[in-house]
Design a binder for this molecule. Structure first.
Ligand SMILES: NC(=O)c1ccc[n+]([C@@H]2O[C@H](COP(=O)([O-])OP(=O)(O)OC[C@H]3O[C@@H](n4cnc5c(N)ncnc54)[C@H](O)[C@@H]3O)[C@@H](O)[C@H]2O)c1
Length: 269
């Protein structure tokens, strides 16, 4: 006789709770990563706030503690294998395990392809793509022996579309790499208990975009972006939080290799 999973599964709201879980978020000192760290803490997880900006990361860790969560701030350069490995070691030293890895660091830049210095291309791929490989590897090496875990990498709608009118081929390529790396690792690590998914935001109001919007071309862009977005606004960081909790919780046990696009409908046109 088969069991009725609908009747035997825990309450659906309880499946979203992360009490007892330990989470690591990179790029968590500000912006989307800070929003992810808050969501994980509110859902019950202990959260390691990792960033190259230690002072700001410490402020975020204090915000999480004020909400009743355990939290530690760590300085990391996600482009350095040694730094990433010591970050994961520090998570284990502080909390004894790692259940959730959120690899979220990314930088943006607008440059025309024919004028793009090779150094800028290399830096983009290093910060946005190579770092995700380094973090996934270091996280999986502690998750697999422990029986599993959940990894979410921040990609972008730019992984699947080419933004317009600004040119950013290196950014788009780096995010397409994040998407396919994540799918590849999802297939590889499914039998080992590690799920790997991506969140792909559309234009989101954070420092990364605010700085670019201050440039002369940036000022002309906002109305064009909004005209291309069915919901006619940018995302707020809070718009992305629910997706993360779904992907790292027991509400999504059969979800791996998925890309959750949160773009106000941008990709439907
Ligand atoms: N804001 C958007 O519109 C948007 C849209 C789609 C995807 N994304 C992606 O979301 C992620 C977060 O973006 P955001 O808008 O919050 O950016 P942000 O610039 O506000 O925050 C990025 C954080 O990463 C940290 N960081 C940068 N390089 C680092 C390094 N080498 N080591 C450690 N930390 C480093 C920064 O200190 C910063 O705290 C990025 O991957 C970005 O590509 C953003």
């Amino acid at each position: 006789m088969t069991t009725d999973s609908v009747l035997s599964a825990p309450n659906i709201i309880d499946r979203f709770r992360l009490n007892g879980d330990v989470a690591l978020v990179t790029g968590a000192a500000q912006g989307i990563g800070r929003g992810f760290a808050h969501a994980l803490a509110e859902a019950g997880a202990s959260v390691v706030v990792a960033d190259q900006k230690l002072e700001l990361a410490s402020v975020v860790a204090k915000e999480l503690e004020a909400k009743g969560a355990k939290s530690v701030a760590l300085e990391v350069d996600v482009t350095s294998e040694a730094s990433v490995e010591s970050m994961v070691k520090a998570v284990i030293n502080n909390f004894g395990k790692l259940d959730i890895g959120v690899n979220n660091v990314g930088i943006g830049q607008w440059l025309d392809g024919e004028d793009m210095p090779y150094a800028d291309w290399l830096r983009m791929i290093d910060v946005n793509l190579n770092s995700v490989f380094l973090c996934c590897k270091a996280e999986a090496r502690v998750m697999i022996p422990a029986g599993g875990g959940a990894i979410v990498n921040t990609a972008s709608m730019s992984a699947s579309i080419s933004n317009t009118p600004q040119n950013q081929a290196h950014y788009n390529a780096s995010k397409a790499g994040v998407l396919h790396l994540s799918r590849s690792l999802a297939g590889e690590w499914a039998p080992k208990g590690v799920r790997v998914n991506t969140i792909s935001p559309g234009y989101t109001r954070t420092a990364l975009v605010a700085d670019l919007l201050e440039t002369p071309i940036g000022k002309e862009l906002l109305p064009k972006w909004l005209a291309l977005t069915p919901m006619a606004r940018m995302a707020e960081v809070s718009d992305l939080q629910g997706a993360l909790i779904y992907l790292v919780s027991k509400a999504s046990p059969f979800t791996t290799g998925s890309d959750l696009v949160i773009d106000g409908g941008y990709m439907v046109w």
